[in-house]
Design a protein around this ligand. Structure first.
Ligand SMILES: CC(C)c1ccc(C(=O)O)c(O)c1O
Ligand code: FE2
Length: 288
């Protein structure tokens, strides 16, 4: 069993690095932590970075998860290879690009690029956003899945993810006590479906709802409240069509052995307690 501690960063290719930086700082509210050849790194909490935009193909996206020790990483690589995954072992330069000691890269069963890393760099410095979005940290990622049952099996049997709830067949899976670090979202191809940052409270959600609209940013869902995690949320569109989510008040699961995953409708009422209707591509293009 591959023991994942947490989701640690996303890497997104972009054809407009300057535009992506402008958006990440002025709209999303992240802080630039570093700039290196063809890449800009962003902080959202005390970690060295939780998002990287790099010059490249917007379809080139990766999500990283932290493992405990390098021995665990090597065992994970061997286990994935034994299951037929092609595993790339990161070079020193690639590790430096990611602020990690070691990492491996492979594709999950849908084809999402996944990195398993050890010792991602932390900083002693708190996060200080360019605008006051109220961000408290990077929290979870939505990954597209072409077969939710198959991919749930991968994350819960090859890795240590546990299903907190399901919307239709799509599981919300936790790695620690936070309700979910990985949300699978049915779609016809691989990709990051959304990137979530937690914010401090309702005021931040409502303030950002007005702020993003005033700045001609497309709101795709919300404000609303997820029946699953109980979090209040707002989804909006970023560079190259990426969906970003702010949420606040996400449920924590501390009664681990007692928690039973619950089943919700794959319909607007399963996604929002308040009746907001999603305007998210995956709902609209008939792919689900
Ligand atoms: C995958 C979607 C839209 C989703 C559903 C539920 C929650 C939650 O319970 O917090 C999310 O964060 C989601 O992104
Ligand atoms: Fe989410």
């Amino acid at each position: 069993m591959i023991e994942l501690n947490d989701v640690v960063y996303c890497r997104l290719g972009t054809t407009d690095l300057a535009g992506a930086e402008w958006y990440a700082t002025n709209i999303l509210g992240l802080e630039v932590s570093d700039r290196r050849r063809g890449a800009v790194y962003f902080k959202s909490d005390s970690r060295a970075h939780t998002l990287c935009y790099f010059e490249g193909d917007p379809e080139d996206q990766a999500t990283a998860f932290e493992l405990g020790r390098k021995e665990d990483l090597h065992a994970a690589g061997a286990a994935l290879e034994a299951l037929g995954h092609r595993v790339h072992y990161g070079s020193r330069a690639e590790c430096e690009q990611r602020f990690v000691r070691e990492f491996i890269r492979f594709n999950d069963p849908t084809g999402n690029t996944i990195e398993f890393v050890v010792r991602p760099e932390a900083t002693g410095q708190r996060y200080h956003g360019t605008r006051d979005a109220g961000i408290t940290g990077f929290s979870h990622v939505g990954l597209c899945t072409t077969d939710a049952e198959r991919d749930e099996l991968f994350w819960t049997t090859v890795c240590n993810a546990r299903v907190s709830d399901r919307i239709g067949d799509a599981p919300l899976m936790r790695l620690g006590t936070i309700h979910h670090s990985i949300a699978l979202f049915p779609f016809h191809k691989a990709g990051i479906q959304h990137i979530n940052h937690q914010v401090g409270g309702t005021d931040d959600i409502q303030r950002s709802f007005n702020f993003v609209q005033d700045n001609q940013v497309n709101v795709t869902f919300g404000p609303g409240r997820h029946p699953t995690s109980s979090a209040e949320f707002l989804y909006f569109t970023g560079p190259e069509g990426m969906t970003f989510e702010y949420s606040t008040g996400v449920r924590e699961i501390h009664d681990e052995p007692l928690w039973r995953d619950r089943q919700f409708h794959f319909a607007p009422k399963g996604f929002c307690h308040w009746g907001a209707a999603p305007r998210i591509a995956a709902f609209e293009d008939g792919s689900i």
